[in-house]
Ligand binder design. Structure first.
Ligand code: NAP
Length: 558
């Protein structure tokens, strides 16, 4: 198989260090994109690897998020791993945005083709990970009490995976099914004809509502903050389109690698909205209204940096949204305003008929921000300050504890004995989102202070860096790497500095998960590197080329 593995050359002449007596060289948690990428790159180094996942299937986010309508928001043909040119050619997507079923089939295709299954242990929840100081190894404990040791411990648990369950009075009293959107029951939930209440109006609800409304008796959406919603404009992958992509897949992958959001977009475009006359600007906005986040990047280069340009874009989007809703009152409630928050201070959802769903007789929107805040969940429904709504099913589409949630959900103890949760109480610091000071021999795939981008691109770039680091360790006979505190301080300051200059910093005002401002248990913080995913990937490559100056390497005696 032809691979594009940056570490292939480094697979030669690996030595075992003094701390090599372990169950596996590498243990990873999470059998999604990160887990599969890790298996590929670590195996190329000739090392042993085991991936644990508490789910019963591979697929990561696509195993958990199976609510009706769940689909990718990245376009299919670059929402994939790029390590094998053959696999890129062999797999065929059927649509611009595949549903979870199709993405899930893709995971099985990769795992089967690459014979990855022997490296994956499903139905196994990890309840503790502990660094054994002085031994250069990690010990991992499963829910059933088994322990495994490894030299390198890697989190591939995902940056949007740990549900955010809000504290709402009476939550336990509801008699019907009540669950988080990422825990949609796979069997036995027939919602046809039922009255459904959905709390939350983010990307998940935007995908879910049009599908659920088709067969539910009624659907009521409880919305706190309206979103700037961009159109998805789904379309089939035609043979001609597929041929065009596959004629030069390298170019697609290179585009992702060199794009600020890791997407195969044609940007920068070399023009700014603020310098473009009104009519010309509207024409460009209109002509590019063809679906996906492309619109934000392929119209003008200043939409996310200039408040004036952002206002222009925000107003254009809102006008488009309003056109599709029959009732002007509902349209108004669904519309954000630049004066409340700018475009991208919250991650904009992509829609597949969200607004038209509100034109149905069986769909209702409840404004819980100003008109009637939530009071409690009762045995039979949801009470606001004005009304009691009766439901058969309640869905909490309330989002996730992004970037750090999965890493704080069970104790991961570093060399000081402190857990990551304790370490990140007020600031979630890291080195490029991949390593954390006082957590030797541990890597995180897309951890806090990594960029927010097309995830398979970021994940693979992280795993390449990780595998190059492991290759160096093994080739040079090191037992331990220690992330340097100065490097962590430098990255944290750099990330905060950039964050402060972007419009995304306004997310704190509107509970944006991109700043952890949606959590009730922690203050908002800088969680994302917004200096451009492409620049971040360059920085990873530079670091590896220079021998990982952010890390201190050690040999243990004996
Ligand atoms: P989200 O965007 O964080 O939205 C959560 C919703 O729940 C918001 O409307 C929020 O209101 C509301 N909410 C939270 N706590 C609440 C409370 N205590 N009371 C009332 N309302 C509350 O979550 P999400 O929709 O699950 O999406 C999260 C992210 O997952 C997305 O931005 C995206 O990155 C990813 N995602 C991706 C895809 C895809 O690519 N296909 C699909 C779905 C999700 P406020 O806005 O007022 O806080």
């Amino acid at each position: 198989m032809t691979t594009t593995n940056a570490s292939t050359d480094e697979a030669l002449s690996l030595q075992k260090g003094a701390a090599a007596e372990v169950d596996f060289d590498v243990i990873g948690i999470g059998a999604g994109f990160a887990g599969l990428a890790l298996i590929h790159y670590v195996r190329e180094l000739g090392l042993s690897v085991r991936i644990f996942d508490r789910a019963s299937d591979i697929g990561g986010t696509w195993t958990w998020n199976r609510y009706p309508g769940a689909a990718t928001d990245s376009e299919s043909y670059y929402y994939c791993l790029a390590f094998s040119k053959e696999l890129l050619q062999e797999w065929s997507w059927t649509k611009r945005y595949p549903g979870w079923e199709e993405t899930h089939r893709y995971f099985h295709f990769i795992a089967d083709k690459c014979q990855m299954r022997p490296h994956i242990q499903l139905d196994t929840e990890i309840v503790e990970a502990r660094y054994l100081d002085g031994q250069g190894r990690w010990q991992i404990t499963t829910r059933s009490g088994e322990t495994y040791t490894c030299k390198y411990f890697v989190s591939g648990m995902g940056m949007i995976s740990e549900p955010m369950i809000p504290k709402i009075e009476g939550m336990d009293s509801f008699r019907g099914p009540l669950f988080h959107s990422s825990r949609w029951p796979q069997e036995g939930l027939d919602y046809a004809g039922k009255r459904i209440g959905i709390i939350g109006a983010g990307a998940t609800t935007v995908q879910m509502l049009p599908v659920v409304a088709e067969t539910a008796g009624s659907v009521t959406v409880f919305q706190r903050t309206p979103n700037y919603v961009l159109p998805a404009m789904q379309k089939p992958m035609t043979p001609e389109w597929e041929k065009e992509i596959k004629a030069d897949y390298d170019a697609v992958i290179a585009k992702c690698r060199n794009h600020v959001f890791g997407m195969a977009f044609d940007s920068p475009v070399g023009r700014n909205a603020v310098d473009t006359p009104h009519e010309e600007r509207q024409r460009i906005f209109e002509e590019n209204w063809t679906g996906s986040f492309r619109w934000v990047f392929e119209t003008f280069d200043d939409l996310l940096t200039s408040p004036e340009a952002n206002r222009m874009a925000s107003e254009f989007i809102v006008a488009k949204m309003k056109e599709r809703v029959d009732d002007p009152e509902i349209a108004k409630l669904l519309s954000p305003s630049f004066d409340d928050y700018p475009l991208f201070a919250k991650r904009p959802p992509l829609d597949h008929g969200y607004f038209e769903a509100f034109n149905r007789d069986n769909v209702r929107l409840v404004d819980i921000k100003d008109r009637e805040p939530l009071v409690e969940i009762t045995e039979t429904g949801i009470r606001t300050t004005r009304e009691h709504y009766e439901f058969d099913i309640i869905v909490l589409a309330t989002g996730f504890k992004a970037y750090t949630g999965a890493l704080e959900a069970f104790p991961i103890r570093g060399s000081s004995g402190k857990t990551l949760a304790e370490t990140w109480k007020t600031v979630s610091e890291s080195i490029m989102g991949v390593c954390v000071a006082n957590f030797p021999n541990m890597f995180i795939v897309t951890g806090p202070q990594a960029p927010f981008a097309n995830l398979p691109t970021s994940i693979e770039q992280n795993v390449i860096w990780i595998s190059r680091c492991i290759a160096k360790m093994e080739r040079e006979g090191f037992d331990v790497f220690k992330p340097r505190l100065e490097a962590q301080r430098e990255w944290t300051a750099h990330t905060a500095d950039i964050h402060g200059q972007t419009l995304m910093a306004e997310g704190g005002k509107v509970h944006s998960w991109m700043m952890g401002a949606n959590r009730q248990d922690k203050p908002p913080r800088v969680l994302i590197y917004f200096g451009g995913a492409n620049n971040y990937y360059d920085r990873l490559d530079q670091s590896a080329d220079q021998g990982f100056p952010e890390l201190e390497f050690e040999k243990l005696s004996g």
